[in-house]
Each structure stands twice: as C-alpha cells, then as structure tokens.
Design a protein around this ligand. Structure first.
Ligand code: DQA
Length: 141
C-alpha cells in the first residue's frame, strides 16, 4: 500500500475546544478516525501532530519519499519558511489542508508560505477538507 502522511500543526491537538464556527466540533482524534474509515483499505496512513516547527520539519524530512502528504500547518502556514523548504524537497503529492476558510479571514492569514510548494489546497470544509483531499489522492495515485 502507498504511504500517506497526515500532518497537523500547532493547536490542532485542541480541536473541539477551538472556535467551532471556523474549525467545527470534531476533535483531532475524531477527524483521524473519519480519515481511516474511508481510506484504510487504500493507503498506509501515518498521523503526526506537533506544536513545534522543528518537529514538523524533521517529520517531513523522514517522509520525503512518501506517495502523498496532507499538511495542515495551522499558524505555521503564515510564518514558516522552514516548513515550506522541507515540503519543497518532498517528492510525492503535497496537499495543503485547512478546516476554515483561511483566505477569507484576517489579513495576516492571507500570507501563505506553503501554497506554492503544494499541488493543491483544500480549505473551508472542516473535516471534509481532509476527506476531499484523500479522494483526490485516490484518483491520481
Ligand atoms: C488553520 C487556519 C490557520 O490560520 C490557523 O492558524 C489554524 C488552523 C485551519 O485549519 O483553518 O490553526 O490552518
């Protein structure tokens, strides 16, 4: 089975407690279960969440050859050249994920350092952002 890594950045371990109008009411564990339910027969899926930029960079370096990477860099979307540079080296399909409509929120969220090193973006659909991204991966891999 092809390997897929799902990475979630800072504060996404707190889903369920974050503003529901942007992020929905599911916990990260519930999102991961929904992902597995639909995809466990197609991909070997690894989940990784960290609040630390360096840990996310190290994980990306370890997954450089994976067939696919879904990444919700959370606040690092807007600030991290390091995550962007690590993603650039990954050879698989890279999909940028956001739960909220990140492009329609505050101006500081319009700065996006990862988008142009990803193949596609899925945002604004809460858990469905992840599920739609995986449906796309299934189609092309
Ligand atoms: C987010 C959007 C980011 O701006 C924010 O910092 C997050 C989550 C999203 O999933 O909508 O923590 O990436």
């Amino acid at each position: 089975m092809k390997k897929v890594l799902v990475i979630n950045g800072p504060n996404l371990n707190m889903l369920g407690k974050r503003p529901k109008e942007h992020y929905g009411s599911l916990t990260l564990d519930e999102i991961n279960q929904a992902i597995l339910k639909e995809n466990k027969d197609y991909f070997s899926i690894e989940f990784f969440q960290s609040n630390c930029e360096g840990e996310i960079i190290t994980k990306l370096q370890e997954a450089m050859e994976y067939a696919g990477i879904l990444i919700n860099p959370a606040s690092y979307t807007h600030t991290s050249i390091g995550i962007r540079d690590a993603l650039e080296m990954c050879t698989g399909i890279k999909l940028e994920i956001h739960l909220s409509k990140v492009d329609e929120r505050e101006d500081f969220r319009k700065v996006n350092l990862v988008r142009d090193v990803c193949n596609k973006t899925y945002s604004g659909k809460q858990v469905e952002s992840y599920l739609e991204a995986l449906r796309y991966l299934k189609k092309i891999l």
